[in-house]
Ligand binder design. Structure first.
Ligand SMILES: *Cc1c(COP(=O)(O)O)cnc(C)c1O
Length: 393
C-alpha cells in the first residue's frame, strides 16, 4: 500500500518514516551532525557528485530534516518539498529565488505582517515592483494579474481578519498570465485545504504554527513542482536558512497529531465564533465558518474545515480590549497561533507587530481586534473563560 493513497491522519503518522532511519529505531532519530563522514574519498565523491544517495553537510541535507520534508510533501500532495529555519525564511527564500529587478509581483493587502514587509520594503529595494490588491476583491486581483506579472502570492484565510481568497479563480488568472502561483497555507493547514489540488505551483508554511502545533519549534516548508522547489532549495542551501535537525524532530513529533488537533480546533473555533456572534459585548466576529461571513460560500467550497483561528472586536477602545485580554485565564497572551494551548493577542503584538499603527489603520485592522487561536482544551472551559473575561469589558 502506498501512503499516497492514504488519508491525512495516516500520512501524518507515517509519512516519511515507513522504513526505520537507523538502528531499527521505531521513531525518527535526531541526526545532530553538521558534516557526514566517509570511509574513503571515492565514496565521498560519489555522494558529492550525486552518483549515490547520502549526505555531505547539514546546510544542504540532513536525514532528520528529510523526513520532515517528506511528511509535509505527502500532506500537501506535491512533487517535491524543502524546508527552512522559519516560515519567513521559506517565504523570503521563495520570493527572492524568483524575483528579479523589473519583475512584477501581485499579492493582497492582508498578507502576514512579515510577508507584507517583504512586499513594501525588501522586494522594492531590489528593484521588483509589487502591486497589493484589496484582499477579497476577486475582480481587482484578476485585473492586476492580467496586467502581467512573474509571481502571484496568495494567502487564505488571512491574518488577522480571516478574509478568504478564491484560490481556484486567482490561480486560473495566474496561469493565464504565465505567473508562478504561491499560496501560504499556514492558517488552513493541509488538513483543511490543499492549494495544489486547486492548481497552485507552490505552497509555503510556517511550520511553527499548526504543523508543529506545540509552540516549541520554529520552521518553514515549501511544497510543489519539482523544478521550482529545486531552484528554491539551491537558493536556500547557499544562503543558509536551513531547518535544524532537533527542530525537525520536534516538528515531526507534533505533526503526528496534526489531523486530531486540527479536527478539534476546527470544531472549537466554529462553536466559539457562534457563541461570540450572539454576545452583546462583541461588535464583530471574523470567521469563515459563519454563514454571515462574506466569503463563506468560497470557503465552504475550497476548505474541508474552517480552521482554528478567529478574531473579534471587543470594547470601544484599546483599553477595554486590554482588560478583556488580561482577564483570560486559559489563553497565553502570546504572538503565535496553532498551538495545543489557546493563544490570544491584539494585532499590534501578533500578526502585525511589524507594522506601525498608521499601517494597521490603512489595512483596516481595528485596534480593538482580538485574534484568538483555539487550542485543544475543552470548548466549554474556553467558552466560560471568554465569557468571564467579557464581563470585565
Ligand atoms: C507566522 C506566520 C508566518 C511566518 O512564520 P515564522 O515561522 O514566524 O517565520 C508566515 N505566514 C503566516 C500566515 C504566519 O502565520
Amino acid at each position: 500500500m502506498s501512503l499516497e493513497t492514504c488519508k491525512p491522519g495516516t500520512i501524518a503518522a507515517w509519512g516519511g518514516e515507513e522504513t526505520p532511519l537507523a538502528f531499527g529505531a521505531a521513531q525518527v532519530p535526531i541526526v545532530q551532525s553538521a558534516p557526514f563522514a566517509y570511509p574513503d574519498i571515492d565514496s565521498w565523491l560519489d555522494v558529492a557528485l550525486l552518483r549515490a544517495d547520502g549526505h555531505i553537510y547539514s546546510r544542504n541535507t540532513n536525514p532528520t530534516v528529510e523526513v520532515f520534508e517528506e511528511k509535509i510533501r505527502l500532506l500537501e500532495l506535491g512533487e517535491a518539498a524543502t524546508s527552512f529555519a522559519s516560515g519567513m525564511a521559506a517565504i523570503s527564500n521563495t520570493l527572492f529565488t524568483f524575483a528579479r529587478p523589473g519583475d512584477r509581483i501581485v499579492s493582497i493587502s492582508d498578507s502576514y505582517g512579515g510577508t507584507s514587509k517583504l512586499f513594501l520594503e525588501f522586494l522594492p529595494q531590489m528593484g521588483a515592483e509589487v502591486e497589493l490588491v484589496e484582499t477579497g476583491d476577486g475582480d481587482a486581483l484578476d485585473a492586476a494579474i492580467a496586467r502581467g506579472c512573474k509571481i502571484v502570492y496568495l494567502e487564505t484565510p488571512t491574518n488577522p481578519t480571516l478574509k478568504i481568497i478564491d484560490l481556484e479563480r486567482a490561480i486560473v488568472s495566474a496561469k493565464r498570465a504565465g505567473a508562478i502561483s504561491i499560496v501560504d497555507n499556514t492558517f488552513a493547514t493541509p488538513i483543511n485545504q490543499n492549494p495544489i489540488l486547486l492548481g497552485a505551483d507552490l505552497v509555503v508554511h510556517s511550520a511553527t504554527k499548526f504543523l508543529g502545533g506545540h509552540d516549541d519549534a520554529m520552521g518553514g516548508a515549501l511544497v510543489g513542482s519539482a523544478e521550482l522547489v529545486r531552484q528554491v532549495y539551491h537558493y536556500r542551501e547557499i544562503t543558509g536558512g536551513n531547518l535544524g535537525a532537533f527542530q525537525a524532530y520536534l516538528l515531526l513529533r507534533g505533526m503526528k497529531t496534526l489531523e486530531l488537533r486540527v479536527a478539534r480546533q476546527n470544531e472549537t473555533a466554529l462553536a466559539m465564533a457562534r457563541f461570540l456572534d450572539e454576545h452583546p459585548k462583541v461588535e464583530q466576529v471574523f470567521y469563515p465558518g459563519l454563514e454571515s461571513h462574506p466569503a463563506h460560500a468560497i470557503a465552504a467550497r475550497q476548505m474541508r474545515g474552517f480552521g482554528g483561528v478567529l478574531s473579534f472586536s471587543v470594547g470601544n477602545d484599546f483599553d477595554a480590549t486590554k482588560r478583556f485580554l488580561n482577564a483570560l485565564k486559559l489563553a497565553h497572551r502570546a504572538a503565535s497561533l496553532g498551538s495545543v494551548n489557546t493563544l490570544a493577542g491584539p494585532p499590534c503584538t501578533t500578526s502585525h507587530v511589524e507594522c506601525s499603527a498608521e499601517e494597521r489603520a490603512q489595512l483596516g485592522i481595528p485596534e480593538t481586534l482580538v485574534r484568538y487561536s483555539c487550542g485543544i482544551e475543552a470548548f466549554e472551559d474556553l467558552r466560560n473563560d471568554v465569557a468571564a473575561a467579557l464581563d470585565r469589558v
